[in-house]
Write a protein that binds this ligand. Structure first.
Ligand SMILES: C[S@@+](CC[C@H](N)C(=O)[O-])C[C@H]1O[C@@H](n2cnc3c(N)ncnc32)[C@H](O)[C@@H]1O
Length: 197
């Protein structure tokens, strides 16, 4: 079976969606073979509605950007040009279209986990892929540490049914974690790397 995180040849069928996040209106083109074709995912919405927007500044990475909801939201609301990465080329093509549609500038590029990421960020924000399995999930979440500046923050959303508590426990060797909000089973988590120096 083809999954949204592969580049397998799934017939394209673009769809126009729209949503309001924190009083800002967005138009997003979605497609088959890309996460949450129906439009803004509830977990992603929960993350964006609860992230500490006032604090967000500097260099931002949207990891696993899909059609672009997180990065485009940050670009529009914070006037930041975020880096946005995904392994899925169709998703990246949608990010180009969606950034134009929402009149924002972003820097989107292909990356398998952090393979093409050379910068360090003030914020890494993600609704991480779960179906990729634990090994890759932890490469993403623990690996984020290496791509954060001193005092940088990783923000992510994960569902209780996807093992939120286990993930929090596992990450606690690497980060100081705060569950900022629980929303219908979705945990919104802020993680600050533990400084071992
Ligand atoms: C849960 S989706 C979130 C998409 C988008 N951020 C949103 O909230 O709608 C996770 C994303 O991670 C991407 N992904 C999966 N494996 C990846 C990898 N190895 N490297 C980079 N991105 C990956 C998928 O293609 C997918 O777009």
């Amino acid at each position: 079976m083809a999954h949204y995180f592969t580049n397998e040849n799934i017939v394209s069928n673009e769809k126009n969606t729209s949503c309001i996040i924190r009083n800002h209106k967005f138009e997003f083109i979605t497609d088959n073979g890309v996460f949450s074709k129906k439009g803004l995912d509830f977990g992603t919405r929960s993350l964006l509605e609860n992230i500490d927007l006032d604090n967000i500044k500097g260099d931002v990475l949207d990891f696993g950007c899909g059609y672009g909801a997180i990065g485009i939201f940050i670009a529009k609301v914070k006037n930041i040009v975020p880096d946005m990465i995904d392994i899925n080329l169709r998703a990246l093509d949608l990010v180009t279209k969606n950034s134009k549609l929402n009149k924002v500038e972003v820097n989107a590029f292909e990356s398998n986990i952090y393979s093409n990421v050379s910068k360090k960020y003030d914020f890494i924000i993600t609704n991480p892929p779960i179906r990729v399995g634990n090994e890759i999930l932890y490469e993403i979440l623990i690996g984020a540490k290496e791509h954060l500046k001193k005092d940088g923050e990783l923000w992510f959303v994960i569902n209780k049914n996807q093992g939120a508590k286990t993930v929090i426990k596992r990450l606690s060797d690497h980060y100081v974690l705060e569950t900022v909000k629980k929303n219908k089973g979705f945990y919104i988590i802020k993680a600050k790397p533990i400084d071992k120096s």
